[in-house]
Design a protein around this ligand. Structure first.
Ligand code: AMP
Ligand code: FES
Ligand code: ZN
Ligand code: ZN
Length: 308
């Protein structure tokens, strides 16, 4: 297989795009594509301040690397979740994120959940879901809240996450199986700013997970290989496996599933649920938007675990 651009031996063969590229041309192609997506979905401009949520994984570190290469003003945010499980998962992901920031001279904000709120994620989960300990659900609420809070408090215009096509297609598949119209309406490459919250963007949403793995490896980015130890057996991973089987038989099916959805959404499918999907209240404690009157789920959780 030869590189389409220069004819040298290809390092990456993307059957889904009918495109093979050598190392150098693949490493050029990824930022060019990312810049196209940023423009196409009107994610942000060069004058805007971007906060990249960096977990230490391949996607978010690559995203930070790409935005930096493209010349955007992108600082990082690492959230210390306190997940150990005998593997030192959080410690290692923090070390790799700090190392990347240092190597590239980038600014990194670090928020440690335990130092800020008194408990790490596993403890918060055990305290709040005694019967059904679900760390990833608690973790999702905390991450969303903290990313919103830091982006707002530090005055960033945009919050960028490293979600790739496999992540997006898996969530889309789950929401489609149960026809969750209000979630479907809000799932996209951009969630506009509202109520003091920064705009949220996913510049990697059209890249296959394996493309991001290739990018990180070929760029020599050191990242944490392990998935969150609590995510084993999750439905997200199950849907990813199902979609990979489909993709294997029909290269490009995953991307088509996502892009056709964006097109349908753009054309007004789900539009009737638009109004009801917008959060209508503000949490009296933290000020972030909520779907229901009263404190948001994060503040309710923190209140629940505070000593009386
Ligand atoms: P996940 O929710 O683990 O699938 O991660 C999705 C995205 O959330 C990642 O690509 C990151 O942008 C962000 N993220 C996940 N974990 C962290 C973390 N500990 N600190 C900062 N950002 C994170
Ligand atoms: Fe954070 Fe699983 S506990 S993603
Ligand atoms: Zn080439
Ligand atoms: Zn709140």
């Amino acid at each position: 297989m030869k590189c389409r651009t220069c004819g040298a031996k290809a390092a990456v063969n993307m059957r889904q795009h009918k495109l093979a590229l050598c190392k150098q041309h693949f490493l050029d192609w990824v930022p060019i594509q990312t810049a196209r997506f940023i423009k196409k979905y009107r994610m942000f401009g060069p004058e805007e301040r971007v906060l990249v949520a960096v977990s230490g994984g391949k996607d978010s570190l690559s995203l930070w690397d790409i935005l930096h290469r493209l010349g955007y003003q992108a600082d990082g945010l690492y959230l210390g979740l306190g997940i150990d499980e005998g593997l030192g998962y959080s410690d290692e992901s923090r070390r790799l994120t700090e190392q990347f920031a240092r190597q590239h001279g980038l600014k990194l904000h670090i928020v440690d959940v335990q130092a800020t709120y008194g408990y790490d994620i596993p403890t918060l989960s055990a305290l709040t879901h005694r019967g059904q300990n679900r760390p990833c659900a608690v973790c999702g609420v905390v991450k969303r809240h903290e990313m919103n809070r830091i982006a707002r408090d530090l005055g960033y215009d945009v919050l960028a996450t490293g979600h790739n096509l496999d992540d997006e297609a898996s969530v889309l598949f789950g929401n489609t199986l149960s026809w969750q119209a209000e979630f479907l309406l809000r799932q996209g490459p951009v969630l506009p700013a509202h109520d003091g919250l920064a705009r949220k963007v996913k510049p990697l949403c059209r890249f296959y997970e394996k493309e991001m793995t290739a990018y990180a490896l070929l760029r020599g980015i050191e990242y944490i290989y392990e998935e969150c130890p609590f995510s084993a057996g999750s439905t997200t991973i199950y849907y990813k496996e199902l979609l990979n089987r489909l993709e294997n038989d029909r290269p490009g099916a995953k991307l088509a599933f996502y892009l056709k959805f964006l097109e349908a959404r753009e054309n007004g499918l789900f539009r009737s649920s638009l109004d009801s999907s917008q959060p209508m209240y503000n949490c009296p404690s933290c000020g972030q938007p909520t779907q229901y009157e009263g404190k948001c789920s994060f503040c309710r959780m923190i209140e629940k675990v505070q000593p009386a």
